[in-house]
Design a protein around this ligand. Structure first.
Ligand SMILES: [Zn+2]
Ligand SMILES: [Zn+2]
Ligand SMILES: [Zn+2]
Length: 100
């Protein structure tokens, strides 16, 4: 995972904290915590679908959709949670239910 410049991270944090629309389409947002603004994000141990902030401990869904390959981000308003499988629903309509 690419390390973000701290200033760039801060700008992205300010922008997406106000409006989370489109956060899934911003590759840099895989490295920015929307809770504390930290850029120290790493994959969550034992969970291929989640990333975790090393600063505040906030974990969020961020992964590539297995159906269409687009990025799914749990912080994006368009990637709502699926009550059946617990994963997020991609804009293509797929979630964890399809991959069984
Ligand atoms: Zn954080
Ligand atoms: Zn998809
Ligand atoms: Zn599902």
């Amino acid at each position: 995972m690419e390390m973000l410049d701290r200033e760039v991270g801060k700008q992205l944090y300010e922008r997406y904290r106000r409006n989370r629309d489109g956060i899934r389409n911003s590759p840099e947002m895989a490295s920015v915590c929307l809770i504390c603004g930290s850029i120290h994000i790493r994959p969550k141990d034992g969970d291929e679908f989640m990333l975790v902030c090393r600063n505040c401990g906030f974990a969020f869904y961020r992964y590539a959709c297995k159906e269409c390959g687009k990025t799914v981000d749990g912080r994006d308003p368009l990637n709502s949670g699926c009550p059946a499988c617990g994963l997020r629903v991609c804009t293509c309509g797929a979630c964890g239910c399809q991959s069984g």
